[in-house]
Design a protein around this ligand. Structure first.
Ligand code: ATP
Ligand code: MG
Length: 444
């Protein structure tokens, strides 16, 4: 992409309404624009990152054997009356009436809708296990939308639902989700720690929240500091292996790590040596639940069991806050100049800065770099505007691409360009072909 043809409305001023770094930087980098409280338009660069995260989520879900689909944003109130949640959900639910006077709602989550699909089409235990998921916009009329996309009213969520014959099978689905989530967050360069939490209006008593530690997080957390040393890494995983998934759950959750609503000071002190006890704040980026037959029973989601008798299925639901993740990544990775994208989620792989637009040699070298990177399947962002170098550098630092190639007449005389890491600020002079090779090695 050439910056002169892109739509990247960066702001020079710091927007006064934004209280935390990620919100400020997303506005300043031209990623989002608020349309009303807690509701945002995703401008091209914000949309690009959102899509990247969504793709990672899809890849890891499909790898775990879960099946993608898409359910509507608007749901019938009658389904929610069946489960008893229409009244129970309260003012967070946006209720809508259509021209036929039918009650609808903008889905805050999808347990009822998916249970209805299941009961309409699945009749036998032989069709189990089954896990369906989608990535779809949700609406919750949050009392205090704030911090930009972190607590929006409209937000993008991946929500998945497992249907199993027995509790044991459903607990395997729970463990499988935990493992797939660990992988998902690590691919985004985030450390999200699974912690015991309250289940809230979804129900059930088996649940973990995934928290990214950050001072600006809205949840209080208590944990054993050893937990932060755990990494999923590139270990091979067989998602059908009950044992392997259970072992990983054990490894990542058998220490003390809880959100404040589940915190038990006596247990904390008994389980964790004093020098390892930590109290901090975290951003909730996902949650998994096992809730048994809470929805299948009232809604009649049964299958014929091996003995021919109908049994209600065991279910769980599992959510990732896809749009909130962008805020969490920026909270975890920025400095006072701007965003620092991890390589796995960056909107463009590298920036090309032409120090002397209009100089035939500099222009030609930039074009050649652009073509070479593009030919490799990488996406460079070429700042081809007729602007001063200082302004170009400030824009690149603000939007946070991990690598910048700076091209100017002086370097070209010696046959070199400059490759700069956004994270460390370190620069290296090298011939253009080597800069391309270096990026290929990093990304491909
Ligand atoms: P919170 O406690 O932050 O209100 P929740 O526990 O009500 O979230 P879940 O029902 O667990 O949310 O939804 C799954 C995920 O969706 C959450 O872990 C979070 O990452 C994301 N999410 C929930 N509410 C919002 C929101 N208002 N804005 C952005 N993302 C959200
Ligand atoms: Mg939650």
């Amino acid at each position: 992409m050439r910056l002169s043809r892109y739509f990247l409305p960066v702001l020079k001023e710091t927007p006064s309404e934004a209280q935390i770094a990620s919100h400020r930087l997303m506005l300043r980098a031209g990623m989002i624009k608020q349309s009303s409280a807690g509701i945002y338009s995703w401008l091209p660069m914000g949309f690009k990152v959102l899509r990247k995260l969504e793709n990672i989520v899809h890849e890891e879900q499909v790898r775990a054997g879960h099946i993608p689909m898409l359910m509507p944003t608007l749901q019938s109130a009658d389904l929610w009356r069946e489960s008893g949640r229409y009244d129970a959900y309260g003012p967070e639910m946006l209720r809508i009436r259509d021209r036929q006077d039918r009650d609808l709602l903008y889905g805050p989550t999808n347990e009822e809708l998916i249970t209805d699909i299941f009961r309409s089409h699945v009749g036998s235990y032989r069709d189990l296990p089954l896990t369906l998921y989608h990535v779809q916009w949700k609406f919750r009329d949050e009392i205090r939308p704030r911090f930009g996309v972190m607590r929006g009213r409209e937000f993008l969520m991946k929500d998945g639902y497992n249907f199993d014959l027995t509790k044991e099978d459903a607990l395997h689905a729970y463990n499988r989700h935990l493992v797939s989530y660990l992988r998902t967050y690590e691919r985004m360069s985030l450390q999200a720690i699974p912690m015991r939490a309250e289940s809230g209006p979804i129900g059930g008593d088996n649940t973990h929240e995934f928290l990214v530690l950050a001072e600006t997080g809205e949840s209080g957390v208590f944990y054993d500091s050893e937990i932060t040393d755990l990494r999923f890494g590139d270990r091979e995983i067989d998602y059908d292996s009950v044992e392997q998934c259970a072992d990983i759950l054990e490894e990542f959750t058998s220490r003390y790590a809880r959100t404040d609503d589940m915190h038990d000071q006596a247990a904390f002190e008994a389980q964790v040596p004093e020098d390892r006890r930590r109290e901090a704040r975290g951003i909730e980026v996902g949650q998994i639940f096992y809730f048994g037959t809470k929805y299948s029973e009232p809604m009649g989601a049964t299958v014929q069991g091996p003995d021919g008798k109908p049994v209600p299925v065991h279910m769980g639901s599992h959510g990732i806050g896809v749009s909130r993740l962008i805020g969490a990544i920026i909270e975890a990775s920025h400095d006072d100049k701007g965003i620092i994208w991890p390589e796995g989620v960056t909107p463009f792989h590298a920036g090309i800065v032409n120090l002397k637009q209009g100089d035939s040699e500099a222009d030609a070298a930039c074009e050649a770099l652009y073509a070479a990177l593009t030919a490799l399947g990488l996406e460079p962002l070429y700042d081809d505007r007729d602007e001063r170098a200082g302004g170009k550098f400030a824009t690149m630092d603000l939007i946070g691409l991990p690598w910048r190639i700076t091209v100017g007449p002086r370097g070209l005389k010696n046959g070199v360009v400059e490759l700069t890491s956004r994270r460390t600020g370190e620069s290296e002079e090298l011939p253009p072909e080597q800069a391309v090779e270096r990026l290929a090695k990093i990304y491909l």
